[in-house]
Design a protein around this ligand. Structure first.
Ligand SMILES: [Fe+2]
Length: 196
């Protein structure tokens, strides 16, 4: 078997375990920890995720999301996400559960909670509550309403595994915060996902 075939086989087995965890335990912090355990075991086989299988955009150097798995009903979506140092994503939620584990490089995750809730639509601030840098060997979990931002630190391109309860193309009510302006808005579902 070549690397792609081996990767696919390992991904299929991991997703089966993850489906089973959600089915038996539901969606809660403990279940997401168990899911993280499965993904850490998958990511530990680093040789299955060589950096050259997951290039960033060749013209613009932009971040790319590669689909590794997704059920027919769009549930249990696993991606390899790659980005260059200096890239990042402002604070946002996911509206589904999410787990990130590291394979290559360092991705700093900052977590927030809503602060000073305003009744005015589009006005809202977030306050930092903590942070974790995701690298090879660790990961983070998020419930659907949890808010984080990501920042590629260090000098290495990241390739990390991002797992969501529902595929990114299906998430139409996600909210992103502009921390400078103290505003937020719903942003369109990600559509430009590539095949791995
Ligand atoms: Fe995110």
């Amino acid at each position: 078997m070549n690397i792609r075939e081996q990767r696919n086989e390992s991904v299929v087995a991991a997703i089966a375990d993850i489906r089973d965890i959600e089915k038996t335990q539901g969606v809660n912090a403990q279940a997401l920890d168990a899911i993280k355990g499965v993904l850490l075991k998958l990511a530990a086989r680093r040789e299955l995720f060589p950096e050259d299988h997951f290039p960033v955009g060749d013209e613009d150097g932009n971040s790319v999301v590669y689909r590794l798995s997704e059920d027919d009903d769009h549930r249990f979506a696993l991606y390899a996400s790659t980005a260059l140092p200096g890239k990042g994503v402002p604070p946002h939620n996911h509206t589904t559960w999410a787990v990130i584990v590291g394979v290559h490089g360092d991705e700093r995750n900052i977590f927030y909670e809503r602060a000073k809730n305003s009744s005015e639509e589009g006005i809202g601030e977030v306050q930092k509550t903590g942070e974790t840098t995701v690298s090879f060997g660790n990961g983070v979990t998020m419930m659907p309403d949890d808010i984080h931002s990501i920042h590629v630190t260090g000098d290495e391109k990241t390739v990390h595994l991002h797992m969501y309860g529902l595929a990114l193309e299906q998430l139409h009510e996600r909210v992103m915060y502009n921390t400078q302006a103290g505003t937020y808005k719903v942003f369109p579902a990600t559509q430009n996902i590539k095949a791995a």
